[in-house]
Design a binder for this molecule. Sequence first.
Ligand code: KG4
Ligand code: ZN
Length: 348
Amino acid sequence: MARVLAIESSCDETACAVVDGLRVRSSVVASQIEVHAPFGGVVPELASRHHLDSLAPVIRAAIEQAGLEPTKLGAQLDALAVTDSPGLVGALLVGVQAARGLALATGLPLFGVHHMEGHLFSAFIADDSTASEPEPFAPHLALLVSGGHTELVEVHGLGRYELLGATRDDAAGEAFDKVAKLLGLSYPGGPIIDRLAAEGDPSAVAFPRAMLRSKDFDFSFAGLKTAVAVHLEREGQPRSRAELADLCASFQAAVVDVLVAKTCAARRARGCERVHVVGGVAANAGLRARFDDAAAREGFRLVTAPLRYCGDNAAMIAAAAAAHVAEGRAPRVVVQSSVALDEARATP
Ligand code: KG4
Ligand code: ZN
């Protein structure tokens, strides 16, 4: 089992973690939510600058919480890892340069990890050594739903990922954040809409379910965002909390309907017996409940990432790297702002 220290800085979370294989020894995340909230979204330049400020204390805390000696990392760890793609390039570079510095100082090999491969591993990691034995990594079908991605990936093995479908425009999390902004709610909008939706009526407003009946496994959420904007133009902003909750519930139901239906269709087409739901949007209570129902109805095994590891963190990055270390993969780091998971391993 490889012991790995990883750094994650692809977007607006500065994170560092230490794992033993799939077991998390420490996971420290410094969120920049307060920095970006006034702008209603992530400002790349501010993200890079804040990563620079936060990274050293975050790394120090992760080393300390894992019970490691800062001066003996070379002997106490097997490898270092860093998210190298995809993400905001300036933000990625801060993490990558810090990781290269650590590699130079310790002599440890440095593995670049695809951010979405990290999210795949978020469904396997555990804080507790007494946790039950995790499922085998493959085969499974993964729905990756985050602020930057919405992808259906069939996982055939480590590094063997087949992209079945993806969003053609906005990611699901991006739709939550943009609709929250239209409603005058804070950033990130996902958790706020999720809470309000629990109080509302999902059938109050009939929003479109884009591409629900298309034969492929692609998604589209930009039209739904426009439908909310058009509704607000016509009806004005909600006049009460109850009206706001109804709007949130109706919007969320439209997103969840499409995510669940498309995932189930892909599962049936591919004959997958296990479905994983990972990424920031996997924290959504409505989505989790609907997947629970679908799993019970269709008889498949459902694995959702623990809430603590749905959002960006470095433990999932370290766990992915540990799996590659165990397989004897050669370390390499390739920074790219956008690259699909199925292309990532083919890049020389
Ligand atoms: O995976 P993540 O932390 O970062 C990316 O890789 O993008 O995902 C962040 C996204 C944001 O768009 C946020 O609004 C959304 O996940 N999110 C949620 C919830 N919690 C976070 N969306 C819906 N419901 C939630 N409870
Ligand atoms: Zn992410």
